[in-house]
Design a protein around this ligand. Structure first.
Ligand SMILES: [Zn+2]
Length: 268
């Protein structure tokens, strides 16, 4: 098995491609929805670079189990897998005054060349899994977020998030996109930061960037209106700045959580 151990995937680069190429997110989601957002982008970009039509992807065994075989000479698609491991470290115990060995979990990422897209295989007819439907009610419930009445009188405010509640203005131009933006603030932990008042606050412009990028990734995946406005906002950010690598990783993971939280399997 080919295994290439790298430091970290460059989430920032993947994010920049995702938000700047119109159509790439919804195409990737419709084909690769069972994979994480980062892997959807990795698969879409590799298919694009090799001129392969986007389609369902699976491992060699997946295709074999479905009566198909990978054509000779086809080069596998590389995806990234998080591997959680433990390492031992010393920590000072204030009660005993001793240094003690403790185990801490950490995540590293491994790239594996294990996947093939439908167009690289031949054999029995293949029906891809149906795309899940997304339900706002289910997402809110799974994420333990409550939608409350909008009580702000400021006409420019489209919505806000407080603790684990979100409120959307009845006049919001794209109510669903605004809901996703406010939900993103909660999922990204921004509202909790303001609650416990400990540690550093994420700077306001970074909070807004993270929430808007997350809302855009989810909106584009679900083909909701308002994506172009989000793209405009994000492009204007890129005009003077880059997105910090840590933010890019947080954005991908928040988008994954929101999409998964509202997903309802569709029976075929
Ligand atoms: Zn915001």
């Amino acid at each position: 098995m080919n295994e290439r151990n790298t430091a970290q995937p460059r989430w920032e680069e993947l994010l920049q491609k995702a938000v700047s190429e119109p159509g790439i997110i919804s195409q990737a989601y419709s084909r690769f929805h069972s994979y994480s957002f980062g892997n959807q982008m990795l698969a879409a970009l590799q298919c694009g670079a090799r001129g392969l039509p986007l389609g369902p992807i699976g491992t060699f065994m997946h295709w074999k189990e479905n009566g198909r075989f990978v054509r000779k000479g086809e080069k596998a698609i590389t995806l990234c897998m998080p591997i959680t491991s433990k390492r031992t470290t010393e920590k000072h115990n204030d009660e005993t005054g001793q240094d003690e060995a403790i185990e801490v979990g950490y995540t590293r990422f491994i790239y594996r060349n294990n996947w093939f897209v439908l167009a690289q295989t031949d054999g029995a007819e293949y029906t891809p899994a149906a795309m899940p439907e997304w339900s706002e009610a289910k997402a809110l419930q799974s994420l333990e977020v409550t939608r409350v009445d909008f009580t702000m009188t400021d006409g420019n405010c489209q919505g806000y998030a407080q603790k684990r509640t979100v409120a959307i203005s009845p006049l919001a131009e794209h109510p669903m996109r605004t809901l996703l933006h406010e939900l993103a603030h909660v999922v990204l932990g921004h509202t909790a930061e303001r609650m416990n008042d400990s540690g550093e606050l994420t700077p306001r412009d970074i909070r807004e960037l993270e929430a808007e990028c997350t809302a855009m990734l989810v909106s584009a995946s679900l083909n909701l209106p308002g994506v172009e406005e989000s793209r405009g906002y994000i492009q204007s950010w890129y005009h003077d700045n880059t997105v910090p690598e840590q933010s890019a990783q947080r954005i991908f993971s928040a988008a994954d959580r929101i999409l998964k939280a509202g997903s309802m399997e569709v029976s075929q």
